[in-house]
Design a protein around this ligand. Structure first.
Ligand SMILES: [Fe+2]
Length: 386
């Protein structure tokens, strides 16, 4: 029963809230904001809404829109330099996981020396950064409510996790209108990333009653809504539920951390240029299969949350239904059934195994995992053997 649950981010969910972000900043007493975003957000016209709102509230701003997918340390430090030149009182992140993660790094480095990568690991950042307001434009990473940021080492392609209570955004603005026009591929990738967060958090060795409640509810909401959001993108209700579910899943994993799917996917998504969510979705059934003997009851609960008929079904069989449900979702969302189709090759296998084992997520995966196990999971995922 012993656990802590710390999540200091104020969450506001409301249709059209992005149009009032200037009001919010004004009410918090901020006058000069540094916006961190990317070209995709600019091209989608989303930033215009935010800029109008800031102008109406007489908030000064400068925009850093150079965030790249899987932001590198250099990319973040370039933003830090621009932020220091501008000297704002707050930071506003607008975008998907990459922009919000970069903004978290930039905001915290405003008051810390060295480079963000120097703080890889848990609890190593000495000083609190500038207050961050995060406006997600995808429903996936949930970075708006987590204490971590992922920084890619451009030379090794290793994705380092920096985790600190100072990385929690102060505010998360959930406005599903911003997600209405997401392309189908992005909807599938980000939505399956959120499902992977929820499943890995729910089965993590360090989950607790509170994180499990968030995770299981997120699994149910995603199971009910991901295909609607994918096939009928303008359906507001399913977009809204996916946005809330991705936040719930992230609030859960921020307490429990994740598992072998994220440990492995981080090693190859950068090297082979595979979107994070697609890498996770493809790996997920293989890791669930590996984990099943360690947590059959939890897997049976996942099956039920995904709408499988589990009443009266023996636990192990019910647990298998969870894997089948994920496989069916992947098929429906046009996600490959093996990582070979993602362009992954096995010539780097020893490095992928070594880098996976470096991830703290392996230690809290429900089933004890050795380098040999990781190697087998990757080989099975490559050959499509379940
Ligand atoms: Fe993820």
């Amino acid at each position: 029963m012993n656990f802590n649950f710390y999540m200091p981010t104020m969450i506001r969910a409301e249709r059209g809230l992005a149009k009032k972000v200037g009001d919010l900043l004004h009410s918090l007493g901020y006058k000069k904001v540094f916006i961190v975003t990317d070209k995709g957000v600019i091209n989608a016209g989303i930033l215009q809404t935010i800029e109008s709102s800031l102008n109406e509230s007489s908030i000064q701003f400068e925009i850093y829109d150079e965030v790249i997918p899987n932001p590198s340390c250099e990319n973040i430090m370039e933003g830090v330099k621009k932020l220091r030149d501008y000297n704002p009182d707050s930071v506003l992140a607008v975008g998907g996981g990459s922009s919000i993660d970069a903004a978290k790094g930039i905001a915290v480095m405003a008051n810390n020396s060295g480079e963000i990568i120097d703080y890889e690991g848990v609890g190593k950042i000495p000083n609190e950064g500038l207050p961050l307001i995060a406006v997600p434009t995808t429903s996936g990473t949930g970075s708006e409510v987590t204490s971590s940021t992922i920084v890619t080492n451009t030379k090794t392609h290793f994705k380092a996790a920096v985790i600190s209570p100072y990385l929690y955004p102060k505010y998360a603005i959930l406005d599903a209108e911003l997600t209405i026009n997401l392309p189908m591929g992005v909807t599938a990738a980000t939505g399956m990333d959120a499902l992977t967060h929820a499943i890995e958090s729910y089965t993590s060795k360090t989950s607790n009653f509170a994180s499990e409640a968030f995770a299981l509810h997120a699994i149910e909401m995603i199971g009910e809504n991901i295909e609607k959001a994918y096939f009928a993108g303008t359906d507001f209700e399913s977009r809204e539920k996916m946005l809330v579910a991705s936040m719930l899943a992230a609030a859960a994993f921020s307490q429990s951390r994740l598992g072998n799917v994220h440990a492995i996917s981080h090693t190859f998504s950068g090297v082979f240029n595979v979107p994070h969510g697609i890498a996770n979705a493809t790996l997920l059934p293989f890791v669930m299969k590996y984990n099943l003997p360690a947590c059959p009851e939890r897997m049976a609960n996942i099956a039920k949350a995904l709408g499988e008929k589990t009443d009266g079904v023996p636990v192990k069989q019910a647990a298998e239904l969870a894997i089948e449900a994920v496989i069916r979702l992947n098929q429906s969302l046009n996600i490959p059934s093996n990582i070979k189709e993602l362009g992954v090759t096995l010539d780097l296998l020893p490095k992928l195994v070594e880098d996976s084992m470096r991830s703290g997520n392996v230690l809290i995966n429900p089933r004890l995992t050795s380098p040999k196990d990781i190697k087998e999971i990757i080989e099975n995922a490559y050959n499509g053997i379940l």
